[in-house]
Structure formats: C-alpha cells, structure tokens
Ligand binder design. Structure first.
Ligand code: ATP
Ligand code: MG
Length: 173
C-alpha cells in the first residue's frame, strides 16, 4: 500500500470483530501480510481455525483465555499478559513487516486499565506510513477517534443478546 490509514470499529452493536475479519478476507486475497491480535478474548473462535489456513496472517491472543466482565476480575496475571501483548503488537506495527495490523478489542483492554490511552496514542502516532492500523472495541474514546481517519460506529438497533441469546458457534464465535 502506498499509504495506510487508521480505522476504528466501535459502538454497542454487533459487527466490530466481523468487520475486521471481513477486511482480512479481502486482504489475504491480495496477498497482504496481516498481524491480527485479540485482547481479552476466549479461546474457542471459528475465525482462529480459519485464519490458521491463511498463509499471510499472523494471529496472537492476549489474556488468560477468558472474557473479563468486571474490573474486580482483573488479576496480576492479566496485567502481565496485556503488557506483553501490547509490546508484541507495538513491535509488529513498528516492524513494517505487515500491510495491516489489527488490534481487536483493544478498547476493552483500555476499559479495564490494562493498557493506557497514551499507549494507544503511541501506536497511532508511530504507525509506519504504509501500514493500515485497525482498532476495535466498544467505547472508543474521543481523543483516539480524533486521531483516526475512518471511524464506524456499530449502533445496536436490536440484539438477541437481550432475549438471552448468547454467543453462538459460527455466528458470534
Ligand atoms: P462480532 O464479533 O459478532 O462482530 P462485536 O465484535 O461487534 O461482534 P463485541 O463487543 O466484541 O461484539 O461482543 C462480543 C460478544 O459479547 C458478543 O458475541 C455477544 O454475545 C456479547 N454481548 C454481551 N453484551 C452484548 C450486548 N449488549 N450487545 C451485543 N453483544 C453483547
Ligand atoms: Mg468484538
């Protein structure tokens, strides 16, 4: 790519991670190299198995393999794993080895103070010219939105989660 931009997928509706995965599908078809990391996610996701067959995608997952729902549930282990994860993400981004770098649910890590606003800003400000940086997660802060080039809010109109339908295999995981 001649020039990479900063994209954000945020909001409370479904589609943030799906959007990132859609771009991966498109980019792999063009032989792009992609670094796709996920903060605070569980382990059993269909996309991980799919991506394992994509030769140009490197995938990393940061966390204990559980979805954190409350700040009280954050452990020292989580803090350590996120620090290591952030370093790995930063190194991948600065390496210029990838056309696209995706940090899925990075705003979730921010919410639980597992990474800081300054750390996210540092990524955006030091992004190599030719690398596309994609950040996802609910509640992207205004300060970060201002630094991005493309911001899409997934707005919940309806979600079956409210009817008690939790993440389903092949659809949400
Ligand atoms: P997808 O991965 O399907 O594109 P997303 O990345 O936009 O969704 P996240 O915010 O990452 O959505 O949500 C992950 C999971 O959290 C969802 O699969 C869903 O089961 C669950 N969830 C919890 N609360 C809600 C809610 N209010 N609305 C939607 N999903 C919710
Ligand atoms: Mg998501």
């Amino acid at each position: 790519m001649e020039r990479g931009y900063v994209q954000i997928y945020t909001g409370n509706g479904k589609g943030k991670t799906t959007a990132a995965l859609g771009i991966i599908t498109r980019a792999v078809g063009n032989n792009f190299k992609i670094f796709f990391c996920q903060f605070l996610k569980g382990t059993d996701y269909g996309e991980i198995k799919t991506i394992a067959n994509f030769p140009t995608v490197k995938h990393e997952r940061y966390g204990r393999g559980t979805f954190i729902r409350k700040k009280e549930f954050v452990t020292d282990e989580d803090i350590k794993l996120m620090k290591e994860g952030y370093e790995s993400l930063k190194n991948a981004l600065l390496s210029k080895n990838y056309d696209i770098v995706i940090a899925d649910e990075i705003f979730g890590a921010l919410k639980y103070d597992l990474i800081s606003l300054d750390e996210i800003k540092l990524l955006i400000k030091n992004k190599p010219e030719q690398t596309e940086l994609i950040l996802t997660g609910r509640n992207a802060p205004e300060e970060i939105i201002e630094l991005a080039d493309l911001v899409t809010e997934m707005k919940e109109i309806k979600h079956y989660f409210k009817q008690g339908v939790f993440a389903r295999k092949g659809i949400e995981k």
